[in-house]
Design a protein around this ligand. Sequence first.
Ligand code: AMP
Length: 302
Amino acid sequence: MSLLVVGSVAFDSVKTPFGEVENALGGSATFFSASASYFTKVSLVAVIGSDFPEEHLTFLKSKGVNLEGLQRAEGKTFRWKGEYGYALNEARTLDTQLNVFQSFKPELPESYRSAEVVFLANIDPDLQYNVLEQVRRPKWVACDTMNYWIEGKRSSLLKILKKVDLLLINDGEARQLAGEANLVNAARNILSLGPKILIIKRGEYGALMFNGKSIFAVPAFPLEKIFDPTGAGDTFAGGVMGYLSKAKSFDDHHLRRAIVYGSVMASFNVEAFSLDRLRDLSQEEISARSRAFKELTHFEVS
Ligand code: AMP
């Protein structure tokens, strides 16, 4: 099924206890597209500034990402600066510069309007809404967001939540959105806002899926080396949505598998800075880690 994403394409400056990078390729839609490209073809909607180098576009094209809906505007590309402590679980945002996103008016190319699966990656909820309105008959819509928008654009976010099938957010965002500390109660509150399914990402503690009837849990893959968690959530979403689009099914069985693929893709991403680990992953590496994941979680009840 055709998969469309709108989100940020960015320059990230990131500091972790293990190193730092300045103005590296980042952005929610970038991580998402690179990750999902291992499963299906992705069409990207975003805006970049006149300072965006051709080599990054060449990389995305090499992953088969359709860039027809990527606008180039006069001005600077979106910039995000963040840092992580040893726990690596939550980024501390030091600076967000929306730049060309401030005046971005997405105009979807005709070929994008028939997309069946839509991922509204972390960006201004008004932009997410605008893009979704231009898609004729989306069959399955998923959405991500972050504290920046929950705080700054809550009513726009609540409007978009009424239109989504699946919301993917981290535990801190779930607590903030629901105004509730307990995650099970927070999930119930959030499901009453519109989404049919909620996936709560918990960094190194894995992910939880709620559908109102049952809860499914997966751990994060235990790694010896973690360098940079930036983009782990978007890479996770890319694995989830890429797999579902390829499987052409959104039932519970496929959703459970999709979460494992999301976790597998995120586990690769955190092994290097920026998108470096997503550049030349092989299908064999993805399959091997999926098998290792099965081994990790398999047990029998007598
Ligand atoms: P993640 O670590 O998966 O939550 O996402 C990190 C990515 O989100 C970085 O590459 C940033 O460029 C991007 N990002 C950070 N803040 C924002 C924001 N307010 N809107 C859109 N994208 C953002």
